[in-house]
Design a protein around this ligand. Sequence first.
Ligand SMILES: *[C@@H]1O[C@H](CO)[C@@H](O)[C@H](O)[C@H]1NC(C)=O
Length: 207
Amino acid sequence: MESPKAIIFHLLTALLDSWSTWNTAAGSSEAGRRWRARYLEITFGCGPYQTYEDLVRQAARDAGLPETAPTALLQNWDSLKPWDEVSAVLKKLKEKGYRLGVITNCSRSLGHRACEQVGVDFDVVLTAEEVGSFYKPDPRAYASVIDAFNLKASDVFFVAGSSGDVVGAAEAGMKVIWHNHVGLPARPGSNPILHGRTLKEALVDFL
Ligand SMILES: *[C@@H]1O[C@H](CO)[C@@H](O)[C@H](O)[C@H]1NC(C)=O
């Protein structure tokens, strides 16, 4: 397989275990999963820009959770933890000379704070808010991070966490690798070149 010139990551599922943080805020993993699933439902191609925080609150209401759940999630934001293998895998990729980036749907503040929890120096970190308020899978969100590297989409690999990115990043012209840690169902049209239940398994060809 040819080598990419840069690897761009989805943040909140591919690198960080944000699911545990949602579950804790929701009070149970069942409620957390229901809330997160609702979030992904209402936000996939969600039309006019609304803030990430508002969407998190709306999804909680729709899923029948009390207002205290989104409040707790936003308060506990700095307790996000990377999946076990993430730091070792990213360090190895850096040693091998790959440039690493992140494009996340978050607000500027939440996105950069979450990125700090990964504990690795990324070459580029962009949030939906900074790229002109376009959420993925809007192609403009992916295009801005590819442009920030000054590369062509075909030179860049995208490591997806959630199912929406698997389709969206491929439509933006990147090769997609799916780190599907939580076992999400695939969306129609999803065709990642590699996938794995851990980041190490998904990226083993590059380590
Ligand atoms: C964010 O990105 C994912 C792709 O990972 C997408 O499916 C989701 O619905 C997006 N929107 C928001 C507002 O989070």
